[in-house]
Design a binder for this molecule. Structure first.
Ligand code: GTP
Length: 221
């Protein structure tokens, strides 16, 4: 698979995770953003309740004005959410003359299986209060939120809308470590688009350690 990159410099690549809580979306995104200077927009950083998606999509547009590759950090675990993103980004692309490349990051290629549950639960428990919204909660409350996402999860189905918009889907099974998943993203992009992304092991290790140490922006008040 070798997809064509155009000569006009209008290509924009968006990495869209499809995941549930604790799959390592932010860790993978922070590592990639640090290694390659890509844009990273976190839905959990949008504190407003009303107009939340509008704010999120405005931030995505802003990120595309500064970067050719942007990671939209949200679970996107339902068809409806993916549809909403594709629609917003298609409009943005029309308005700006961008050629969009939609790339899915499939954190649950086997669905929300037992192993994935154990890995994500243990990570979220270890993370404690270091999260924008999942904090100051007891274990049953956290488990209930996580189970809600698992219950609503709709796997990537490229044979039909909206997931047929994905040009490429990369397997980043959360049961593997996030560092391996960063490497998987880099090799898949190199193979598909001839991006020539380099990763030196020392740089990858440093970026990954920093991502693991990351402190979430906790909303004040
Ligand atoms: P939500 O925003 O809650 O949906 O989570 P997320 O999918 O963005 O996951 P995140 O990157 O926040 O990872 C969850 C926790 O697991 C964090 O404390 C990470 O530091 C940690 N973590 C992520 N990947 C790994 C990994 O490969 N190994 C270890 N040991 N911890 C990891």
């Amino acid at each position: 698979l070798q997809l064509q990159i155009n000569e006009k410099g209008t290509d924009k690549y968006v990495l869209i995770p499809v995941a549930t809580i604790g799959c390592g979306k932010t860790t993978v995104a922070l590592t990639l953003a640090s290694l390659y200077g890509w844009g990273h927009v976190q839905n959990d950083d949008v504190s407003s309740k009303s107009g939340k998606f509008r704010t999120f999509s405005n931030r995505i547009s802003q990120a595309f004005s500064e970067h050719d590759v942007v990671i939209v950090d949200r679970n996107n675990h339902q068809f409806r959410e993916r549809q909403q993103l594709f629609e917003a980004m298609d409009l943005m692309a029309d308005a700006n003359g961008y050629d969009m490349h939609y790339i899915g990051l499939d954190f649950l290629p086997n669905g929300p299986a037992q192993k994935e549950w154990e890995v994500t639960l243990s990570r979220v428990m270890n993370r404690g209060d270091n999260h924008q919204t999942i904090r100051n909660m007891d274990r049953p409350a956290v488990e209930a939120i996580m189970k809600g996402f698992r219950g609503r999860y709709q796997p990537i189905t490229v044979a039909k809308e909206p997931d047929s918009n994905f040009e490429l889907v990369i397997d980043v099974n959360c049961a593997r470590g996030s560092k391996d998943n960063v490497t998987a993203v880099v090799s898949a992009l190199n193979d598909a688009y001839d991006m020539d992304l380099e990763t030196k092991p020392e740089e990858l290790n440093a970026a990954f350690s920093a991502a693991l140490e990351h402190k979430a922006k906790i909303p004040v008040g």
